[in-house]
Design a protein around this ligand. Structure first.
Ligand code: ZN
Length: 475
């Protein structure tokens, strides 16, 4: 039987991994993975990273990757470690981002294992990393770039092409045509879907907005992260400017926990615009993340995906790496030096959910002072320090200490890179025909079930929620 099997992102937003198994006419089967993501977050999910796939990794011929986020790409080095040696197809920008994200993930895996061995907190002795930085660097040789729109024929059974998902730079959906027994069927895997519009509701979006419209497929495998959410519709710029301005005026500093890839660049572009138009005073801005420079360089290499506003900004002000008063801090010493000055400053630092990284030092120092502002511009998952700080807790534990939270805490939700429910519906309404079946993945159960109900009611489509390891037949 030919089938799709959901090996991750079923009932959860991480671990995206979908196996396509096609029975060939001559008996030779073809197996391809769409995405190969890491499970993240709670222990129950992370333990799935250690499970084997239901088929040997060496029998998978290729991986087709929608985008670079680790919840879609972060299991690739493990797959390779288990014997996969085929090509990994992705857009050029996705490959560039994987080149910085995967080795960093390997480094974190090594650090985690080391930490467990020191504290003996693991039942496995010695605790081993899921993969190392070197494993991750080595697997980069398997990546093959594919342009948007280019049709790639992997075998007589399967061809695919990437179309735009507008989620992050390089992000794509995968249109797959399978041909078995003389019949053709079209599958569409959305990966993560970006905002449907730029304009005033999602300003600062560095990229062209809008996933490719007018799709037609037989089977749709679609994300449902915000299946029960509506993003705020107002322009965040006036609020962002006012928050920063009042903090600086009272002599405080601003700390912005932010993911180094995409979100930091987006924030810097907006900040530059607000400074140039006199809405925010020109104080020093520190992008304090070793990955931020590399990510900016990758951005500047792929200008073809930029929105007209971003092109304008770059034309007017040049590369963010050359902006005066904007500092990209590479070394630990650079990072420490930020804290030697008492002058108000704006620090954008990762990790975005305050799980680790340099932002910890900045928060430890600045959370106790009511003059300062901590500004969240990204999703904070329950259980993370970011969630604790954002939810108004009186203290947060950093490096074993309970740090009192007296700083002002604010959040801007408009920075999301995922379409919300009205935007998803707007995009689905552009389909040329309803799919025979839709499977929702990449969502918490409440979000997926609400989106299923909304789609069934609004569109009359056959929509189901994918279950972990469930197999669904392909013609
Ligand atoms: Zn993503």
């Amino acid at each position: 039987m030919s089938y799709i099997q959901f090996l991750g992102a079923a009932g959860v937003v991480t671990g995206s991994k979908h196996l396509i198994h096609l029975d060939g006419d001559g008996g030779r089967a073809l197996q391809v993975l769409v995405d190969c993501g890491l499970f993240q977050g709670q222990k129950e999910w992370r333990e799935r990273n250690w499970q084997d796939l239901p088929v040997p990794a060496s029998t998978i011929e290729a991986v087709i990757l929608t985008h670079a986020h680790l919840d879609h790409s972060g299991w690739i080095p493990r797959l390779v470690k288990q014997g996969f040696h085929g090509p990994i197809y992705a857009t050029a920008a996705t490959i560039d981002f994987c080149g910085i994200l995967l080795p960093d993930s390997g480094h974190l895996q090594e650090e985690d294992a080391e930490f467990y061995n020191k504290t003996k907190a693991s039942k496995h002795h010695p605790a081993l990393p899921l993969y190392t930085m070197e494993d991750a660097q080595q697997c980069m040789t398997l990546f093959r770039p594919v342009n948007f729109g280019e049709i790639k024929q992997l075998s007589p059974l399967l061809s695919f092409r990437f179309v735009r998902a507008a989620h992050i730079l390089g992000s794509s959906m995968v249109e797959i045509t399978v041909t078995t027994g003389g019949q053709s069927e079209k599958l569409l895997f959305t990966g993560d879907i970006g905002r449907v519009r730029n304009d005033e509701i999602a300003p600062g979006t560095v990229l062209h907005s809008g996933p490719t419209e007018g799709e037609a497929c037989d089977v749709l495998v679609m994300e449902s992260t915000y299946g029960n959410r509506v993003h705020p519709r107002n322009d965040p710029r006036p609020e962002m400017a006012a928050l920063i301005r009042t903090t600086l005026q009272r002599g405080g500093s601003v700390v912005v926990p932010s993911f180094a890839v995409e979100r930091t660049q987006k924030f810097l572009f907006l900040l530059k615009e607000l400074m140039e138009t006199g809405q925010v005073p020109r104080v020093p801005v520190h992008a304090d993340s070793p990955m931020a420079i590399k990510a900016v360089q990758i951005f500047l290499k792929h200008t073809e995906e930029f929105s007209p506003q971003t092109k304008d900004l770059i034309q007017k002000y040049g590369s963010p790496l050359d902006w005066s008063n904007f500092y990209f801090d590479v070394t630990q010493d650079d990072s420490k030096r930020i804290n030697e000055s008492n002058y108000p400053t704006i620090i954008v630092s990762s990790s975005g959910m305050v799980a680790g990284g340099r932002v910890l030092h900045h928060l430890m120092l600045r959370l106790p002072n009511p003059k300062n502002l901590v500004l969240f511009i990204g999703f904070q998952a329950p259980g993370t320090r970011g969630f604790t700080i954002k939810s108004g807790a009186p203290t947060v534990k950093i490096f074993g200490q309970e740090v009192p939270i007296h700083a002002q805490i604010a959040a801007l939700e408009q920075f999301s890179d995922h379409a919300d429910t009205p935007e998803l519906l707007e995009w689905l309404r552009t389909f040329r025909r309803p799919p025979k079946a839709t499977y929702l993945v990449h969502g918490e159960p409440a979000a997926s079930s609400q989106l299923r109900d909304t789609m069934t009611k609004a569109l009359g489509w056959n929509v189901q929620i994918a279950a972990y390891r469930q197999k669904v037949a392909v013609e």
